[in-house]
Design a protein around this ligand. Sequence first.
Ligand code: ATR
Length: 274
Amino acid sequence: MPGPDRYVLFGHPVSHSWSPFIHGMFAKQSGADIHYSLMDVAPERFRRAVVEFFQSGGSGANVTLPHKQAAAELAHGLTDRAARAGAVNTIAVRWGDKLYGDNTDGAGLVHDLKANLGIRIAGHRVLVLGAGGAVRGVLGPLLAERPAELVIANRTVDRAERLAAEFIDLGAIRGVGFDAVGQEPWDIVINGTSASLAGEVPDLPARAVGPDSVCYDMAYARTDTPFQRWAASRGVRRSHKGWGMLVEQAAESWVVWRGTRPDTGPVLTALASL
Ligand code: ATR
């Protein structure tokens, strides 16, 4: 009798991950017989670990920091969105034994904003903070929603400018420093920096947000993040953290691997009550 379909998350470190919990709930919901485990591999071991996992019959993999770019390099084929992002968070097997790389992060964020939180991106002014890998992964799907404009603000200005230049063919996008985001409150401000990890907040002008701005932190924690606390202190009435993005990108990975989209509602409810 064949065993469960095996899935794995490659990362370094990876022990803090909620993905086994999330995929475990998806599996229960659909009666799928899967086993989802964590694999902590150092960068120099990554390529070999992926090849061995799939040669041993693995069904699919997720990839997190610091391996997303290396995963894009080793895949035999990439979806357009993964090629644009230059990063892969989902690997599936296609064409017999070839590794196919996708990136579901941006779709996860957009799904959370639109479907779960009812936030309209189209026609709105969107400010994205940070210019690293996390932001690169979400720019294409955000621009596909046709915001009125999308500005990337980063501590290191030229990183923001260079990143914006890579996506300019997809819509109205530019890169600036934090002090150049203007004095008009943004409709949507998305924090994609890793500043929260150090308990810090990007140094934005106070007037960049107002009561009607929606602030979204791609980071997640049980309590409000430093960015959410900053937003509240500036009078922002509505802020969210990245649990929904996490669950929705997992659901999109499930689609890539298994062809159906799980119901994310019960998982979001379970995580919210932790
Ligand atoms: P990731 O893959 O998580 O995006 P990264 O590529 O190292 O990681 O990018 C981290 C991002 O967070 C960068 O935009 C970084 O700004 P710099 O490009 O100026 O380094 C941003 N960042 C990290 N710590 C920050 C802080 N304390 N304040 C503001 N931005 C910060």
